[in-house]
Design a binder for this molecule. Structure first.
Ligand SMILES: NC(=O)c1ccc[n+]([C@@H]2O[C@H](COP(=O)([O-])OP(=O)(O)OC[C@H]3O[C@@H](n4cnc5c(N)ncnc54)[C@H](O)[C@@H]3O)[C@@H](O)[C@H]2O)c1
Length: 255
């Protein structure tokens, strides 16, 4: 029970990586606020946790807005009494090269993927400080480190998250508040599938990309959740301001 007695927020907890993180945190004893813009999806994750005798609440909130972030933090503290861990994980993507990316899509992605995390961190900090410390985890991506022609805005926001996390780690280290990112490669989730579904031959594209991975497979959501658990737990008390690249060796490879 590596998170016994801890209270955690996970955004984008309705499916994919966020769902796996919420389940993993609850398995290890945390009380988990499952936050999603899709309230039914958040409820469904909460039900799964309850079926395994875990503790969770579902919070429908749009993390692109200040109101959504305030609601998420206030309802969590009202439900569980305090706050120890926040995993900023919700994001959206838009597949197009720079010249085909409309300003509206750039702004939509910025609002959810980068500005929303700043708003959420701002809401959470007073509660983490009050608790005497805590762990902030941000899901970035390998695309915040290397470029993908089809995801320029997405990559820009993920690179921005890495810089934001370092700034937060630097500012709030003296308060025992840690902040780190997780940078996954391809993960088997609905968002991950969207990219391949856009290709002329999705199965061939998936095989070709899988072959580039030294581990010859995509990550499962649980592969990522295990790393989030580590960063949230007291096993990582001296880790802050870093990117944990969870990519099956993808970025280790040039040829
Ligand atoms: N799947 C991958 O291959 C991959 C790779 C690298 C990084 N990531 C990152 O991992 C995180 C999770 O990705 P995923 O693949 O599980 O995505 P997903 O699309 O499968 O799930 C994302 C969840 O976030 C929720 N969400 C979206 N906008 C929201 C908002 N404004 N407010 C609240 N909730 C909102 C969605 O409803 C959904 O339940 C994202 O930050 C993504 O960028 C994913």
């Amino acid at each position: 029970m590596r998170l016994a007695g801890k209270s955690a927020i996970v955004t984008g907890a309705g499916r994919g990586i966020g769902e796996a993180v919420a389940l993993r945190f609850a398995e290890e004893g945390a009380s988990v606020a499952c936050v999603d813009i899709d309230g039914d999806a958040a409820e469904s994750t909460t039900r799964l946790i309850a079926q395994s005798s875990g503790t969770a609440v579902a919070i429908q909130a749009d993390v692109a807005t200040d109101d959504g972030n305030r609601k998420m933090v206030e309802q969590t503290v009202t439900s569980f009494g305090d706050l120890d861990v926040v995993h900023f994980n919700a994001a959206v993507q838009f597949l197009a090269v720079v010249e085909n990316t409309p300003e509206s899509e750039w702004d939509r992605m910025h609002a959810t993927n980068l500005r929303g995390v700043y708003l959420g961190i701002r809401c959470a900090l007073p509660h983490l400080r009050q608790k005497g410390g805590g762990s902030i985890i941000v899901t970035a991506s390998v695309l915040g480190i290397v470029g993908d022609s089809a995801l320029p805005a997405y990559g820009a926001m993920k690179g921005g998250l890495r810089a934001l996390a370092r700034a937060v780690a630097t500012a709030h280290g003296p308060e025992n508040i840690r902040c780190n990112t997780i940078c996954p490669g391809d993960v088997d989730t609905p968002m991950g599938a969207e990219f391949f579904d856009h290709q002329p031959d999705p199965e061939a594209a998936r095989r070709e990309v899988t072959d580039r991975y030294p581990l010859r497979r995509f990550a499962t959501p649980r592969d990522i959740a295990n790393v989030a658990l580590f960063l949230a737990s007291d096993d990582a008390t001296y880790l802050t301001g870093i990117d944990v690249v969870v990519d099956g060796g993808l970025l280790a490879r040039v040829y």
